[in-house]
Ligand binder design. Structure first.
Ligand code: E4P
Length: 229
């Protein structure tokens, strides 16, 4: 499963890239609002940090506006994927952008049927929002599971990108469900790295190592002491 970072924060993206686990980045208007500045500049810089897909989201609510924004984003870097919200206009924009060779990520998917339609329209990435469904007491991961089966059964040529990931268990479940990609905040990635037994083990190994070094040192010092007459 590929791992994307769900952020517009350059430092966070550089951190995940240094760890060697970064396959791409997803942004959205809310994530961009947290960092501010120029969305274009940020997208260009992200696209230089990672050669993987970088999602840039349109905010227009009509087809022409989505196409205009989508073409502009796609001109910024070769690895930009245009993020288009699910809906009638969104499907048309996805279909037309696909016709122009521009890759899209259909966002705000909350049912497998929505994902099926987005794939049929030509979306390259399908983003079911797991956490937001969990928030309203539905099983968000079920949409991922269903969509993966649909995409693979009918060879729809799209990848399922588990989004709105809130905790490490979501990542495990997304991987087991066969999600092709999961996009995750850096905080969740950090949680995935840590385990109390790992921390405890590192401390213990270091303590045992230091004890041996100290014993060796004491032995050497004793051996070098002049013999008493
Ligand atoms: C990613 O493409 C989505 O924009 C993101 O995962 C949404 O996550 P949230 O529900 O935590 O805002």
């Amino acid at each position: 499963m590929k791992i994307f970072l769900d952020t517009a924060g350059l430092d966070e993206i550089r951190t995940a890239a240094r760890w060697g686990v970064l396959d791409g980045v997803t942004t959205n208007p809310s994530l961009f609002a947290r960092v501010g500045g120029s969305y274009d500049d940020i997208l260009k810089q992200i696209s230089e940090i990672t050669p993987g897909p970088v999602s840039a989201e349109v905010v227009a609510d009509d087809v022409d506006g989505m196409l205009r924004e989508g073409r502009h984003f796609a001109s910024l870097a070769p690895n930009i994927f245009v993020k288009v919200p699910m809906g009638e206009d969104g499907l048309e924009a996805i279909s037309r952008l696909a016709g122009e060779g521009i890759r899209t990520n259909c966002t705000l998917i909350f049912s497998a049927n929505q994902g099926l339609l987005a794939a049929k329209a030509g979306a390259s990435l399908l983003s079911p929002f797991v956490g937001r469904l969990d928030d309203i007491s539905q099983d968000g991961m079920e949409v991922v599971r269903e969509l993966v089966v649909m995409v693979e059964t009918y060879d729809l040529g799209a990848e399922v990108l588990a989004a709105s990931i809130r905790h490490p268990r979501h990542m495990t479940e997304a991987a087991l469900a066969g999600a092709h990609i999961a996009t995750v905040p850096l905080s969740v990635l950090k949680q995935m790295i840590r385990h109390p037994l790992t921390d405890k083990g590192v401390v213990q190994f270091r303590r045992d190592w230091d004890a041996v070094q100290a014993a060796d040192q004491a032995r050497a010092e004793t051996a070098n002491e002049p013999a008493t007459p």
